[in-house]
Design a protein around this ligand. Structure first.
Ligand code: NCD
Length: 480
């Protein structure tokens, strides 16, 4: 047993083990009680938190700052870092955090680029917390969600949680899906095909957690009626007001009361808004519209046990009428942000200690060390909003990848976890020091099975391979 989280970063929910999350929840209970009793704590007296927010925020920044104040610490706040910090003059993330580490003991960062928090953590010598990086992850929101879910249901294991909305661009659901699976709950993705979680996430769940993420396409739901846990859902005609958005509206009501009743497994419905700001091209130039219709909400109201969750802010996907339903817990999720972030801050700053096992197996850091490729030349992360694709950051960031899948060869970006598809590869240890032996192979060649991750060199093109002194193997010529 060793002492827990002091000095660590929280970039992905997978950076913490389940045991660490449990310990954090335990401390959050204590903080919650202190808040209820109106106590002002002194645990972080004389310590400073920098909140560096390049994107709008109400809950996350507000609750982090309140948390630090309630712990007796101070806050240096950059609420509109995009325009009010030197980022507006072209300063990089690395430089910004290397300056801020002298002004603060802990940095909380929110950024529109996926992977930005990882870069901040790589360069800052103080703990960095990811408060949302592009469409990648939002681990502290997941801590609030999970904590709320457990408070309401008494457990997480065995729960079925329907995830509805923009599961592709919504970072909260990405962290949440990992956490639900790791804690033994069943996430059920229900959205239209364009908005399913990214393939890299689905693949990681499969390889690392042996979990096949269940998906339901609203358009195909009718064929699923009557089958187990999905029999409660089908597509209904659009609501009249949706005629404003012809062809693009989707309504997924719970129309069949019997079916819904049978679906006893649904413990919570986690609704998310359409992340319009992260959508590059809207279909047909029009915004998509997702809505659960009135029938659904009426049915839910009768359930009395299904929680309605939402990370907030809501737009038009969650009607105000549902606020009075006793199992609507979205404002609870937001309120729990304070004790959760108090516990997290106190632990990372070493103001409170906890005993956890030394083993990091099952965490992202562990997996990354196992699967990191040796080098990559001319291979790009597929996510255009990844920090590794931004001109300013490319001055110092080196793209790097972990193996996601060998057949076909797919790697994932170390910053944002998105996929990348190298065209050629080589081994760093096969050429016995002679240039003639430096051979490269096409991505589909079976030879890659013989190379350990730490020796795998990736290339985006033949030119990249040849520029580095590699020669085509006979597999290149044979196209095999
Ligand atoms: C979320 C976010 O910023 O990703 N908000 C939050 O922190 N609670 C959800 C969203 O913006 O839709």
């Amino acid at each position: 047993m060793v002492t827990g989280l002091v000095g660590r970063d929280l970039i992905s929910i997978n950076d913490f083990t389940n045991e660490e999350v449990e310990c954090l929840f335990h401390l959050a209970d204590e903080m919650r009680l202190a808040l209820r009793q109106g106590k002002q704590l002194e645990l972080c007296r004389g310590r400073d938190m920098a909140t560096l927010f390049y994107e709008p925020s109400t809950r996350t920044r507000g609750s982090f700052e309140r948390a630090m104040h309630k712990l007796g610490g101070n806050v240096v706040s950059f609420a509109e870092a995009k325009t009010t910090s030197s980022a507006a003059k072209g300063e990089t993330i690395a430089d910004t955090v290397r300056v801020l580490e002298h002004y603060a003991d802990i940095i909380v960062i929110r950024h529109p680029w996926a992977g930005a928090a990882q870069v901040a953590a790589d360069y800052a010598r103080v703990p960095v917390i990811n408060a949302g990086d592009g469409s990648h992850e939002h681990p502290t929101q997941t801590l609030c969600d999970l904590y709320t879910l457990r408070k309401e249901k008494g457990r997480i294991k065995g729960l079925t949680v329907v995830l509805w909305g923009d599961l592709k661009h919504g970072r909260t659901v990405h962290s949440l899906v990992y956490a639900l699976v790791r804690f033994g709950a069943q996430p059920l993705c229900c959205t239209e095909p364009d908005l399913y979680p990214p393939e890299a996430l689905v693949e990681r769940l499969r390889t690392d957690y042996d979990h096949v993420l269940k998906k339901i396409e609203p358009r195909d739901l009718s064929s699923l009626i009557g089958r187990g846990d999905t029999d409660a859902l089908y597509i209904a005609p659009f609501r009249p007001f949706q005629l404003r958005l012809p062809d693009l509206g989707l309504s997924v009501p719970i129309g069949d009361t019997t079916g819904w009743s049978k679906a006893k497994k649904v413990d919570a419905v986690y609704v998310t808004r359409l992340q319009r700001e992260r959508m590059r091209t809207m279909d047909n130039g029009q915004a998509k519209y997702l809505a659960l219709n009135d029938g659904f909400w009426e049915e839910i109201k009768r359930k009395k046990r299904t929680l309605i969750m939402h990370p907030l802010p809501r737009v038009d996907e969650l009607p105000y009428q549902i606020d009075t339903y006793p199992r609507s817990v979205y404002f609870e999720q937001a309120a729990n942000g304070v004790p959760i972030r108090m516990a997290l801050t106190a632990l990372l700053l070493g103001a409170r200690e906890m005993e956890v096992s030394k083993t990091r197996k099952g965490t992202l850091l562990y997996e990354k060390a196992e699967n990191r490729c040796k080098a990559a030349f001319g291979v790009e992360c597929s996510n255009q909003s990844c920090v590794s694709r931004q001109e300013s950051e490319r001055r110092y960031i080196v793209s790097a990848f972990n193996i996601l899948k060998r057949e076909p060869l797919v790697v994932s970006c170390i910053y944002c976890d998105s996929e990348a598809y190298p065209q050629y590869f080589a081994s760093s240890e096969w050429h016995q020091g002679t240039l003639e032996n430096k051979r490269y192979y096409p991505a589909h060649s079976f030879m890659k099975a013989r190379i350990r991750a730490e020796n795998l060199v990736l290339f985006g093109s033949e030119e990249e391979a040849q520029r580095r002194g590699f020669h085509p193997s006979k597999h290149v010529a044979q196209g095999a």
